[in-house]
Ligand binder design. Structure first.
Ligand code: URP
Ligand code: ZN
Ligand code: ZN
Ligand code: ZN
Length: 469
């Protein structure tokens, strides 16, 4: 077994930071050592002097190769996980999709086929249940035994994914029984469809109107309903991609009563806005069409989200990585914003974008590690193996240089390895840099770039959430 020693760095966890050396045997962390106290020999020694040494990032929300609106997300499991590795993410949890008329277990088999042998980093699955019936409810119990322990429902996209309140109650009741976690896309899809139709009839067809027709009320209303139905059934609830401060305040209220309710947000909702990005001239705003939509900066949603990351009421930050190229994909919606495939690509940049929050004094170093690594691990039943540097954990490690610099985008000298023909983050400058990335003890990215291997990444069978009250 190869021994690796990461020496001289500051190990940062969700609870503190101190000078420690990390000893790895094969794929596993075996010890954290006070520097210089023991004479340790290792085949590979990584000098981390002046750097942060943190657990590999866990992106709990990605959509590689996801079918959407007649096309599919442009990153495959191969290209998307490679880009993730570049950016210091060593585990993704992607979504198996069941739409109306499909069988859950068939879809699980299809997703295993897509991912198996193709990933650069470890991966797990959540299950989207888009067709709640007795068969899919039964499949939930089976999936828990197969390491797929969380289930996403949609209150949006009528006719494709939307579940009725009755179906939501049934699924939540099943989760309350089998220990699964309910993930909710909380937007009132029926109300949105009316607003979209009316906008198109008025001739308001530009990408900006994607945001206008999904106002915060549609997010807050659905979030409130999800919270109440979770309370009714006793199911734990994780609300994905929260962007509206009013929806978040409803989650905070529920948490204050002791309910098992959790909020996820994404870098796009922390940095980008309805006015600046969705409102870009011509068709350019299509680059940032995603749901929930980017919110108004004038209304102050971005600052509120940062605040609740600080307080702990936003539990995790994932990307909702769902990239589409402009050419032939986003372009499907020229002249009709409702035909623009929904999604933004960020899997490569999450660790950097959130580290910028540390640099800018918005969050602490420890909160950075918590929301990007440790909390997602606990939330999704990976903690112990993932999300922490401790004896027995998988040696998924990032050496991060706080004095380094990362220019994001597709221009010369910039970082972009996702399979897209544009960057939603073009020109973003980060005061930090992912230097070295290890996945289960193997260096997959160093200063020369990506040196990992397709197929190195393994499917992770997840346990039940370790984050519930
Ligand atoms: O716009 C988004 N978020 N696309 C991905 C699918 C989803 O709802 O998460
Ligand atoms: Zn969603
Ligand atoms: Zn998503
Ligand atoms: Zn560097």
């Amino acid at each position: 077994m190869t021994r690796t020693l990461i020496q001289g760095g500051t190990v940062v966890s969700s609870t503190g930071a101190s000078l420690q050396d990390v000893l790895i045997d094969g794929e596993t962390v075996t010890a954290l050592l006070a520097p210089g106290r023991l004479e340790v020999t290792a085949e590979t020694v990584i000098d981390a002097t002046g750097k942060y040494v943190i657990p590999g990032g866990i992106d709990g929300h990605t959509h590689m190769e996801m079918p959407f609106g007649g096309t599919q997300a442009s990153d495959t499991f191969e290209t998307g996980t490679r880009a993730a590795a570049w950016g210091g993410t060593t585990t993704i949890v992607d979504f198996v999709v069941q739409a109306h008329g499909q069988r859950v277990q068939d879809q699980v088999a299809t997703w295993h086929e897509k991912a198996s042998g193709n990933c650069a980093i470890d991966y797990g699955f959540h299950q989207i249940i888009g067709d709640v019936d007795s068969e899919s409810l039964k499949a939930m119990d089976e999936l828990i035994g197969e390491g797929i322990t969380s289930f996403k429902l949609f209150m949006a996209y009528p006719g494709v994914f939307l579940s009725s309140d009755g179906q939501i109650v049934q699924t939540m009741q099943a989760a309350a029984q089998n220990g699964g976690l309910i993930m909710m896309h909380a937007e009132n899809g029926s109300a949105i469809d009316v607003l979209v139709q009316q906008a198109l009839e008025r001739g308001d067809t530009a990408p900006y109107f994607h945001g206008v027709t999904r106002p915060w009320q549609t997010e807050q209303e659905a979030t409130h309903r999800a919270v109440m139905l979770a309370d009714l059934t006793g199911a734990p609830l994780y609300v994905v991609h929260v962007s509206a401060k009013q929806a978040l305040s409803r989650i905070v209220e529920a948490r204050d009563t002791g309910q098992n309710v959790f909020a996820e947000t994404c870098p796009q909702y922390l940095y980008l806005s309805l006015e600046e990005q969705l409102g870009a001239p011509g068709f350019d705003g299509a680059k940032w069409v995603c749901s929930t939509p980017l919110r108004s900066r004038e209304e102050g949603h971005q600052d509120e989200l940062w605040k609740f990351i600080r307080t702990g009421d936003v539990t995790a930050v994932s990307t909702d990585h769902c990239p589409f190229c402009m050419k032939e994909q986003k372009e499907l919606g020229v002249g009709n914003f409702s035909k623009i495939p929904n999604g933004i690509g960020s899997v490569e940049h999450r660790m950097d974008l959130l580290y910028q929050g540390v640099h800018d004094g918005r969050i602490s170093l420890e909160r950075w590690v918590e929301v990007c690594c440790t909390a997602p691990a606990r939330m999704f039943g990976l903690y112990g193996k993932k999300g922490v540097l401790a004896p027995g954990a998988d040696a998924d490690v990032v050496v991060y240089d706080p004095l380094g610099h990362t220019s994001i985008g597709m221009g010369e000298g910039r970082s972009h390895h996702m399979n897209m023909d544009y960057s939603a983050w073009e020109g973003f400058e980060i005061d930090g840099h992912v230097d070295i990335v290890l996945s289960r003890g193997t260096v997959i990215k160093d200063e020369s770039g990506y040196i990992g291997r397709r197929g190195h990444g393994q499917f992770v069978r997840r346990g039940l959430s370790q984050n519930l009250i």
